[in-house]
Design a protein around this ligand. Structure first.
Ligand code: ZN
Length: 216
């Protein structure tokens, strides 16, 4: 099991050019210029922020979990991780992380996965896939559901067992923990602040996250 990797940031909240709270279960989509730094704060702890990134000039070249894991030879994301695209371009780099580990294997929850994992009566429940699609449809007509891809689950703890299984475990995050990444190219960030109520990724209680942006 990988050792947790903590790196604090020296950026000051009062110097951020953007500061917003994403309520529990809601979504957010925003463009980052090269050099800008995005911080996501787990305000109350044990919240999962399902996240995708797109190359703003070529949205088909979206975040790739496979290219990212291969590039660093590690399945967990933390400080130093370059978040890579399908064409293996670096989109952003994680520059600070006080949670210590983030998942990119577990995927986003959907109505379909809820009914398979839990029970058929979870079908109408809010889920990250629907939040992603709603945000994409409101952002720009050039984005469609074809632009959904395997995502990052910031603050989510999905340990891989020695025999290769995935487990959704209690979080390693806590109130106020954050992850910070610097954009390498012009990048569009898409977050679903996970509304899941059926597994411990949110401690069964979705809570808000905060997003801050610095101009370098
Ligand atoms: Zn979710």
């Amino acid at each position: 099991m990988a050792v947790l990797n903590y790196t604090e940031s020296s950026r000051k909240v009062e110097e951020a050019i953007y500061d917003r709270v994403i309520p529990a279960g809601e979504g957010w989509m925003h463009e980052l210029e090269p050099g800008q730094v995005l911080r996501i704060v787990d305000l109350e702890g044990n919240q999962a922020a399902d996240t995708l990134f797109y190359h703003a000039e070529d949205p088909e070249d979206h975040y790739s979990a496979v290219a990212t894991m291969l590039g660093q030879q590690n399945i967990y994301l933390s400080t130093g991780t370059v978040l890579r695209s399908e064409s293996n371009k670096g989109l952003l780099k994680i520059v600070a992380d006080t949670c210590g580990r983030h998942d990119t294997l577990g995927g986003a929850c959907s109505a379909q996965s809820n009914t398979v994992r839990y029970a058929h009566d979870t079908l109408p429940m809010h889920n990250c896939r629907d939040t992603f699609m709603l945000q994409l449809s409101m952002y720009d007509e050039k984005y469609t559901k074809r632009d959904l891809a395997p995502n990052i689950n910031f603050f989510m703890n999905v340990p891989v067992t020695p025999d290769g299984g995935l487990t959704f475990a209690d979080g390693v995050s806590a109130p106020g923990r954050y992850v910070e990444m610097q954009s390498i190219v012009r990048t569009v960030a898409l977050i679903s602040n996970c509304p899941q109520l059926n597994n411990p990724c949110n401690a069964y209680n979705p809570t808000p996250v905060r997003v801050l942006i610095w101009d370098k």
